[in-house]
Design a binder for this molecule. Sequence first.
Ligand code: ATP
Ligand code: MG
Length: 590
Amino acid sequence: MSQDSKPSKAAPGAIAEPSNFLRQIIDHDLASGAFNQRTDLANLPIPSIITRFPPEPNGYLHIGHAKSICLNFGLAADYNVLPGGARCNMRLDDTNPVKEDIEYADSILDAVKWLGFSWGDHLYHASDYFDRLYEFAEILIQNGKAYVDSQSADDIHANRGNFGQAGKNSPYRARTPEENLTLFREMRDGKFQDGEHVLRLKIDMAHPNIVMRDPVVYRIRHTAHHRTGSKWCIYPLYDYTHCISDALENVSHSICTLEFENNRPLYDWIVSSLRELGIFKNPVPHQYEFARLNLTYTITSKRKLLQLVEENHVEGWDDPRLPTIVGIRRRGYTPESIRLFCERIGVSKADSWIDMSTLEQALRDDLEARAPRATAVLKPLKLVIENFDGATSEPCSAPRHPQHPEWGNREFNFTRELWIEADDFMKEPIKGFFRLYPPIGDQPGGRVRLRHGFVIECTGFESDASGNIIQVNATHFPDSKSGTAGSNNYKVKGNIHWVSAAEAIPAEVRIYDHLFADPHPDSGDKNFLDAINPNSKKIITAYLEPCMKDAKAEDRFQFERHGYFVADQSDSKPGKPVFNRSVGLKDSWK
Ligand code: ATP
Ligand code: MG
């Protein structure tokens, strides 16, 4: 774990948050005065600090994106208390017409909102900048900083050279600005087929950084775009679009993951070229890189997530075993727990792995104080109280939450036939087993307290023809009821949960585990599909206490002794709840 950052609310004028390197950079920039009283290109005042979250709408967001969302929106919220103000823009980086989709764009906005962040009026689409991007490309051409290359894609690739070997200039590199402008306009006007020409920046084919060897910034693609329709048949590439979008939105700190470090000189080249040409003004945006989140026992590659969904290794983008935001939401994670997780893992410049247990612990820490308690028997075994009249019942109650008496009590009945966990009985008890077992010789049977009910003593059990235990018998002590004066006279070591067979609600419960059995399923040259855990989903029928009948979708509970469970958002129906196990009470995965 990198810098552990405990949340604390910063007082105006001082950022009390523990420092990460990005805060240090921003603090330094603010102290320099260069970000005071900034104005946009139309000379209107803008916040000192502007960050942005710029996903490409080509897939569903995952827990790695949550780190970037919490970082960008979190910095904006923290610095917004300072005089110059701050904000975070939401930008859909939708310049690739082929892979993008409205469905993805909608799900991205939903995910950011669900995590608790808001962009106000500042939702942008990179495709809104197509006109400006084109206009700037013409300006770069006119100033000899870009040219139309007519080599094949293969030749462009081959002539780029490689590490330690300079590239070769294109034979088209010496075209005049007039020639380039004519060709570029014809490209735009649809005179050419895909791949016939590209627009490249004229930087340096011998540059030690290959990214700087005359990067391609526009290509022909006769494909409609989901927002601009068939208006364009040339589309700008990421490196060109991204920095210009940042500059047009007056972003001050453009934060991205480490794999873009090599692209930073190109980012600076484009932005400063356009600044020198009088289009942008200081302070221009700067790019800063941080280490992406790598989480054990899962994968955070959009391409591999897509493969898991398309090849039906999981049941859709919101499968509770996936690290997608929709998946972890359906699993029962709360926005608060994910923000807590992101605070705890901090931000650093060094790549590392975060253990899945850190994410799970954040959920427990969030839900411990908030989730009402309830009883569920997951592996039911019948218990018969021999000295309790089958025609009657005894009302019992338990607090909804031990620390929240104001939430009141749950009411349920003690009856002759109950369900208990099969694991709470042993025919031949091992040493140290303090729950239910039959009398042996002159030793009495096991004695336990049925939580919020009576103390009982086991008198025997019944098994079927194949030896499976099908019923446990016991007697209860009528003066031992929890909460009555007599209950203190009974000292027992075991304390088990139960539900009345007469009023239990049978419910489907889905017990989820890690999707992969390997902590690093896609490292090295492993095929991540080989590491899929065949036992990642088990469906059981459990018996729930009566109050669970009315559980609403996304209601969360701590099932006592078991862990945290959520009513499934799609499949749970009033009167017929379906629960997902979000996380156990303890980290049991070793
Ligand atoms: P692609 O391969 O499709 O580009 P991507 O995961 O980079 O996938 P983007 O939509 O480009 O997806 O990501 C949006 C933002 O989220 C980027 O700024 C990116 O740096 C950040 N991001 C993506 N994955 C992670 C991760 N695992 N940890 C932290 N930030 C991430
Ligand atoms: Mg990306």
